[in-house]
Design a protein around this ligand. Structure first.
Ligand code: GTP
Ligand code: MG
Length: 316
């Protein structure tokens, strides 16, 4: 987890190299240490030897070995949880959407994935005492479904100044999977500069599914998705921020029993995401969310509703 070092001071590294690191947002020992040196090369254009040297120096600066679990416990206390708007959903999430983790929202069209992302874009900006992250939000919109008017409506319905909220949501429209990948790889820079505490990718797999057609392209596609997810998890851990991804479901007609709808993205997606939450439509404007895979959250169900204020509790 990031211990905020304003600007690194690495012995024997030239100021030009430091400037290159700073330019791409690699301004903490943690951010440098967790980024593979090959990626530092690509991002900054520095030579392989220099990239390896800075990575090694940064790793030396932080305690990169084994630490007692008690210390891990202390570190995890710094993790924050963001209010989702629904008390019941917060409950099954152990308090809310967590930092240092990737939370994946899975569901068919209209299940509320984007609505929850909009609501989080407002609530994550609230002070920590009020269940927020007190930070900005970065949205990678791959489907053209980012609607600022809806965020404005959600903020206003909650009595929150909508102009400030919209100013603090940084949006990038990703036009294809390569563009999406570049935006993800550049996140450290944006996150660092803007105190971003929530990164949303809505949706994560859409472009990859549309562009990589046929069996022969599958391993290439999965490898590329895997690299994006690894970069997202690094950002989450290095900057103590939350990553929320949306994912559609795909009908598997050969399913003999159980739900025939499977999340897209295969095993790569399943393994990389810390918490997987399955959203389903309920009666009228209600929705059901179920934790389907998590290292410590029980597989419980929660109910929430969607109205003008975005995601709200069903009891409201
Ligand atoms: P895809 O992106 O198509 O996969 O779906 P999604 O899961 O992102 O769906 P989304 O979150 O956009 O949910 C859309 C649904 O939210 C609509 O069908 C409405 O039921 C509900 N919704 C959206 N806006 C409003 C609103 O202003 N008021 C109310 N009451 N419901 C809304
Ligand atoms: Mg959507």
């Amino acid at each position: 987890m990031a211990e905020d070092v304003e600007m690194v001071d690495l012995d024997g590294v030239s100021s030009m190299t430091l400037a290159k690191l700073r330019k791409v947002g690699l301004t903490t020992y943690e951010a440098i240490a967790v980024t593979p040196s090959r990626e530092i090369e690509d991002l900054t254009g520095m030579g392989a030897d220099t990239a390896q040297k800075v990575t090694q120096l940064a790793r030396d600066k932080i305690d990169h070995g084994f630490i007692p679990a008690t210390e891990v416990l202390e570190q995890r206390k710094l993790m924050l949880r963001c209010n989702t708007g629904s008390p019941d959903l917060n409950r099954v999430l152990g308090g809310g959407i967590e930092t240092c983790a990737i939370t994946e929202l899975i569901g068919e069209f209209g299940s509320g994935k984007t609505q929850l992302c909009f609501t989080l874009s407002v609530l994550a900006q609230q002070p920590v005492e009020q269940g927020g992250f007190a930070g900005k939000v970065c949205v990678i919109d791959t489907e053209g479904t980012f609607i600022p008017e809806r965020i404005k409506q959600i903020a206003e319905a909650r009595g929150i100044d909508a102009t400030t909220i919209l100013q603090n949501v940084l949006v990038a429209r990703a036009y294809n999977s390569e563009h999406q990948t570049i935006l993800i790889k550049n996140l450290p820079q944006v996150v660092q500069k803007n105190n971003v505490k929530l990164v949303i990718v809505d949706s994560m797999i859409g472009h990859f599914r549309g562009e990589f057609i046929g069996r022969g392209t599958l391993s290439d596609r999965q490898q590329k998705i895997g690299a994006c997810l690894a970069a997202l998890l690094r950002v989450a851990e290095a900057f103590n921020l939350a990553v929320v991804l949306t994912n559609q479901v795909q009908a598997k007609p050969d399913t003999a029993y159980g739900d025939p709808n499977k999340p897209t993205g295969g095993h790569v997606m399943a393994h990389a995401c810390t918490h997987r939450i399955y959203l389903r439509k309920g009666k009228e404007n209600t929705r059901i969310a179920q934790v389907i895979d998590s290292p410590y959250l029980p597989e419980e169900k929660a109910r929430f509703a969607v109205d003008a204020a975005g995601v709200i509790g069903c009891e409201q």
